[in-house]
Every structure is written in structure tokens, then in C-alpha cells.
Ligand binder design. Sequence first.
Ligand code: ADP
Ligand code: MG
Length: 246
Amino acid sequence: MSPVISLDNVTFTYGEKVAVRDITLDVEAGEFLGLIGPNGSGKTTLLHLMLGLHEPDSGHVELFGEPVGEFDDGQRIGYVSQQSTSQSGSMPVTVRENVTMGRFAHVGHSRLTDHDRKTVQEALETVGITDLAERRMNELSGGQRQRAYIARALASEADLLALDEPTVGVDAESRDAFYKLLDDLNADGITIILIEHDIGVVTDRANRIACINTELFHHGDTESFVESNALTEAYGVSGRVVHHDH
Ligand code: ADP
Ligand code: MG
């Protein structure tokens, strides 16, 4: 089986600024990959390259075995962008309407079927927000809004979830519940890529880690990352390891 994502020698610059240099790595089906690195290290840019939202200056990207530029099966991917959970957005759509948008890739412009409505309902149940279904998105807390975005990705029956700092603006209790939900989804076979600044969360949850600072400093299973010097190397001498003993 081909990897879900394959990056081969990928480089990307904004004008003169090299944001991602010469990165080669594969994400296999079923992985929970933690993508870490200091602020401005190119994490968001790398995720955009993986999903075909940026075109690399050099190198090659494949998504589900196809060159990313030719990939057109968008419903296989659930993407929660950075800040989407802390911004309310101006559209006064309800949670159910937002989640239903996840079905549009399947139904095109035709009418929603009972199966579509059932899939939406199940997605709301999975993330635990059935009671919020008729509330407007802009009335939710950060944690509730983030669940709505995940439900939307689930409703689209995505098999890859890409999350860019999804717990910014979310309270500690909701965060824990959210990471439990990610574990369950991953156990169900959904591939997850998580950008998260709390390294303790990443080493607790992810089974593989990519540590970058423009270049790739480490890519491997969580154990090999913890035993390596990649963190101090990538973060420099001022970097501090966050230990979590729980
Ligand atoms: P991270 O997500 O790790 O914080 P980013 O991928 O957002 O890093 O940014 C990587 C580098 O590229 C940073 O130096 C950032 O300032 C720069 N950068 C990001 N977006 C742009 C842009 N639109 N134009 C110019 N430079 C950018
Ligand atoms: Mg970022």
C-alpha cells in the first residue's frame, strides 16, 4: 500500500525566505504523526505542502499515491487550520449546517439523502456535541467549535485528519477530552497529523514524530525521538523539554 503522504526532497520559499528545506518523509496509513518545531520553523508550511495548498519550489509530493497536484478526492482529508478554533467566523451557520457541509463533497449539488443526515448525526455524536447541533458556530467556545470542525471532517468520512494547533484557545479539560477523541479516531484507523506546541502532549499521544526547524531534525517513532538529541538541536540552546508525568 502506498503511503498516505510522501514528501521527496521538498523545498519551499516565501520570496527570499526558505521556510522548508529538503524534507523527505512518508506518512503511512494509520499513523499518528506529531509535527513539532519552534515558532516559525515551517510546520504550517510543511502541512500546506503535504495537502497541496502550497506548491513546492523543488521536490515532489504525493497524496494517497497520486502527485498532489492531480489529487481531487478532497473528502478523504479533514483539515483544521491554525486559528480556526479561536476565530468565530462571521457566518451565522448552525453547528449542524457546518457539519453537513462535510457531506457536500459526496452529494455535489443534489439533495441530501437520509444516509447523509445519519452520517452528520453520527459525527455529532462521536465528538459529543449533539446538544449543540442547533446553536450557531459563532456562539460556541473554542473547544466546542473545534469539535464541530472535527465532526465536519468525520461527516466527510475523511481518512486523514490534519490538525494545526487545534487546542489553542481551548480550556484544559476540553483539551484532554479532545486528545482522547483523537486517540479513539486513530484506533479506528484514521491517520492523524497533529501540529502541537506542547511537546509533552505529542510524546504522550503520537506514535511517530517529525521534528523540524526549516530542515528535518528527526523523523521516527516516539521512543527514538525521546532518546535522541533532536529536540535540543532543533530548538537550540534556549529550547526546553516539557516533561509530563501522567
Ligand atoms: P510555524 O507554523 O512552524 O510557526 P510557518 O510555516 O508558519 O511556521 O512559517 C515558517 C516561516 O515562513 C516563518 O519564518 C514565517 O515567518 C515565514 N512565513 C510564513 N508564512 C509566510 C508568508 N505568507 N509570507 C512570508 N513569510 C511567511
Ligand atoms: Mg504554524
